[in-house]
Design a protein around this ligand. Sequence first.
Ligand SMILES: [Zn+2]
Length: 419
Amino acid sequence: MTPAAQRAQLLAWIDAEQASLVDTLARFTAAASPNPPGDTREAMGVLSRTLDAAGLAWRLIAPLANAPNLLASFDGSRAGPHLVLNGHVDVFPCEDAPRWRFDPWSGAVAEGRVWGRGVSDMKNGTLALLFAFAWLARLSDRLPGRLTLTAVSDEETGGTWGAQYLVDHHPEVLGDCLLNAEPGAPTTIRFGEKGALRLAITVRTPGCHGAYTHKSASATRIAAAIVGRLEAVTELPVTMEPVVAQALAEGAAEMDRVHLPGAAEVMRRFSLNLGVVRGGTKINMLPGICRLECDIRIPVGERSATVLAAVQAILADYPEASCEIMNCAEPTWSDPGHPMVRHLADACAQTSGFRPRAIASLAATDARKWRMKGVPAFTYGTTATNVAMPDEHTDIAEWLGVVRTLTLAAHAYLHGGAA
Ligand SMILES: [Zn+2]
């Protein structure tokens, strides 16, 4: 059976099993797994029973008893590359059920869509990867290499007990390449994501009675002056590898189309969000303390040290201010010229008739955890429809296109390797 005949076989299975795919997605969505609180056992049961029905082995790794991570692997018939598939099972909580058209935990199938909390982020992607794994397993005696499936239970609250735990404690999940199916848009392949530096700046002065403004400097006024100066970090020059700059330039129009105009510009710059300003106690007291919490996003190719040095240079003018790093995640990226990008684009062109663009992501995904371990990692998924909003849903026709693309790209990678 040639690779071309295998591709035809895979596409035939996808077509023949559409009803089962949609039914499983509906049941997976109805198995509520909001995080917090993060009990994913019922949802994980849908995945493990689907693997059981396919006759495939799996195991659970559960550093938290309520939030197991599922692993499954098979070897092909000869040596080859190791591809790892990754998705998450936990979803955002839902506190606005009355505003939904369908019960958010129903997995309703209507109007050519599956509806429910987490169906877009990212139960449809995790299930697409599981089905791709099961179909490719049927061809295992004709495939080179190794394929591993990871479905994790902690992504929405940072991933400590999910992907981070796996890459730190189970090196068998690292592989040669990682394919993740977080939503974005089927017209884009994400090869990197911005970093985040979260800073708390505290201004302290003696403070005093509000009528005696000559007695103490005002912490809120100093903080306001600092806020005015901090905006300069968004103008910092950005250093990028030429290959990244070129990919982002080529993907700019698509980024603006998917994420609204301005997205491509924000992607290539440092951005600053003043998330919290807290100062003052009472109108007739002169404030002696003010706290600013700043969320600075770092473009792909840059480092947190660049922007931290700029912030510290500004703060040097304000001896009343101190700065503390609350959290820091460097941006991560993989080579946009990696074979997986080509395999995804070719597969999409073949099955859906358009070539997706390689772009970076504004938000974070678990793919970064593999990149931090030196494994090239790429994300490809459906449109992020109403994620973290009422009426989250997945368009079935679009999803089936993503299922075909992910399956054929994984197949091509195993055959083509990383060369
Ligand atoms: Zn997600």
